[in-house]
Every structure is written in structure tokens, then in C-alpha cells.
Design a protein around this ligand. Structure first.
Ligand SMILES: [Fe+2]
Length: 199
């Protein structure tokens, strides 16, 4: 989607954004750095809007940006949704991910959906999946997740290995996860994530 020149311009832009460490005292990596998140206040006509926003507009038409963040992901995000950001009059639509480097890692998107973010809540209120994730697939890609989660999920899509300037787009109610890249790659995954609402 983006040329190498455009990726370089985005890299230059995100280097001016302020990093914020994300560490939880719960979950699969308690006390460990998950991500350095560089949140950006989206402004119409700024560099990110001109380069990425314009291309999203070609695909989606009009949208409202709810969140724009550059992430250096040190450990995978566990199974979750990007549905709720606590905004008023929310109309969650798509998550857009644009990798900024080549990285032999994928994002796993499941068939199941939820209109909140927390997968533990999903397990409490839904039956197990009729076609749970294959054991071998789970061990190969998702072995950092809680083992029992496998039984509630069905794989829908595994993204291409990340390449710079590509685009991964999926509805914000779709449950998804990073793969276990941290076991193989000794640098953080670097990407822009943009959450959009319907206007
Ligand atoms: Fe996500």
C-alpha cells in the first residue's frame, strides 16, 4: 500500500511522537514490557493522514479516527478485540495496521466477535467453539496464550508475514492476536495502528 519512500516519511514522523510503556500486572506477561506506544493526535492533513488516511479513504470512504498509535511491540498482544475505546457515540468499524518494517510474523484473526475488548468475558458468556483451533497451530503460533482459550476460538485468517507499508484491515469486533514472534525475533514489531469509527 505504501512505497518505501512513504514508509520512510512515516518513520521520520513517528520519531517525533512521545513513547509510553505498556506493562500490566496481570495477563500472560505480568510485569513485562508489552509495547512502547506512541499515541498521536490525528489531525486532518498531517503527514499520517496524507499518506495513510488518504489510502484508507480510497478503501472505506469517510471514517472517523478514534485512535492512532505507533507501536514498538516487544511481546505479543494476547487475544483481544479493539472494540471499545470509551468514546461517546461510538460506532466501531475497522482496525488498520501498517507495518513499518519486514518482520516474519503474522496476526491471527478469529471468526468469533465481541462488542467489548476482554476475552475472559467472552469465555464466561459463550459456548466453546464447534471448530476449535487446531492443537498444532496453537502450539506453533499461539503457545504464549492461556491454553484453554483455544477451545473458544476458530481461526478465520492468518495475515501474510509483515512487510513494510502493507495494510491489514479487519473489523473492530473481530477477536485477534499477535503470533509468538517474540520467541523468534529479537527486535520489537514496529507498526502504525489506526482505529476508525463510522462517521
Ligand atoms: Fe488489537
Amino acid at each position: 500500500m505504501l512505497s518505501q519512500c512513504e514508509v520512510d516519511m512515516i518513520r521520520q514522523e513517528v520519531s517525533t511522537w512521545t513513547p509510553q510503556p505498556t506493562i500490566y500486572d496481570y495477563g500472560v506477561f505480568p510485569g513485562q514490557l508489552i509495547s512502547m506506544q506512541h499515541f498521536h493526535d490525528w489531525q486532518p492533513g498531517d503527514v499520517v493522514d496524507k499518506i495513510i488516511g488518504s489510502k484508507l479513504h480510497d478503501l472505506l470512504g469517510d471514517f472517523r479516527v478514534i485512535e492512532c498509535v505507533y507501536q514498538e511491540l516487544h511481546r505479543p498482544w494476547d487475544i483481544h478485540c479493539d472494540f471499545d475505546r470509551g468514546t461517546a457515540d461510538a460506532k466501531p468499524w475497522y482496525t488498520a495496521i501498517v507495518p513499518l518494517h519486514a518482520c516474519p510474523s503474522s496476526t491471527v484473526i478469529f471468526k468469533q466477535r465481541m462488542d467489548y475488548n476482554d476475552f475472559s468475558r467472552f469465555k464466561q458468556s459463550n459456548a466453546k467453539a464447534e471448530q476449535p483451533v487446531d492443537q498444532d497451530f496453537w502450539q506453533q503460533h499461539l503457545d504464549f496464550c492461556w491454553p484453554e482459550d483455544r477451545e473458544w476460538l476458530t481461526v478465520d485468517h492468518v495475515s501474510q508475514s509483515w512487510s513494510p507499508g502493507s495494510l491489514l484491515l479487519f473489523p473492530r469486533d473481530r477477536i485477534h492476536s499477535s503470533d509468538n514472534f517474540h520467541k523468534r525475533i529479537h527486535e520489537p514489531k514496529q507498526f502504525i495502528q489506526i482505529l476508525v469509527d463510522h462517521v
